[in-house]
Write a protein that binds this ligand. Structure first.
Ligand code: SF4
Length: 206
């Protein structure tokens, strides 16, 4: 279909027409408990819940945008300005990258922003989803009395004061490391507990 004619409802049909014709990595997701039923119930009618076969079977070329962007989401202000990228905070204890935001390189941030800007033009409902999601980030962090860490459009560190929405420049020390990434010992214990193999370089980036 010509790109210019894509409408939001077409994204749901991508599962049928695009993914199934090139891979069997993805299949429709059936909720199995309260939490997953809630997640699926929250989806807009033009969305289809799908899941992959798991990390061991990952096909890099057939990943979704969500896979490629993880752990980041587009952060939009109350004025609906796309000022940078935030992180899915519920994963902060499992995602090394979220404890090392200063290492995210500028080309990734620029490509992430360019991709979502293109997507927002083609699918305004996606834009509204992230307006609401960013508001929910402000509500959650406000309750926690914690600032929201962001990477700005040029990859710079930023901090959002959640109740006012004010944004200031961030410094490395403003971005605490989440457990288990706050010490070599905690990291090794967490890897061992999960049955994994501790990398030779430990917590240090390769
Ligand atoms: S990146 Fe993760 S979620 Fe995405 S296809 Fe690969 S294993 Fe599945």
């Amino acid at each position: 279909m010509p790109k210019a004619s894509i409408k939001s409802a077409d994204f749901a049909s991508l599962y049928e027409t695009f993914t199934r014709s090139r891979t069997d990595l993805w299949s429709k997701f059936t909720p199995y408990d309260y939490a997953t039923r809630e997640i699926v119930a929250d989806l807009t009618p033009d969305c289809t819940a799908i899941h992959c076969k798991g990390a061991r079977h990952c096909e890099r070329d057939n990943r979704t945008i969500a896979c490629r962007g993880f752990p980041f989401y587009p952060y939009l202000t109350r004025q609906r300005e796309f000022v940078g990228i935030g992180t899915y905070w519920v994963f902060e204890d499992r995602c090394w990258m979220m404890s090392n935001l200063e290492r995210v390189d500028r080309p990734f941030v620029e490509q992430f922003i360019a991709t979502y800007e293109a997507l927002f033009i083609k699918d305004p409902s996606e834009f509204n989803t992230y307006v609401e999601f960013s508001a929910s980030a402000r509500r959650v962090h406000s309750r926690w009395k914690r600032e929201i860490p962001l990477l700005g459009r040029q990859g710079e560190l930023l901090m959002v004061e959640p109740s006012s929405g004010a944004i200031r420049a961030g410094r490395r020390k403003d971005f605490p490391k989440a457990n288990p990434f706050d010490s070599e010992k905690a990291y090794r214990e967490a890897v061992t507990e999960a049955g994994g193999e501790v990398p030779k370089e430990g917590l240090r980036a390769a």
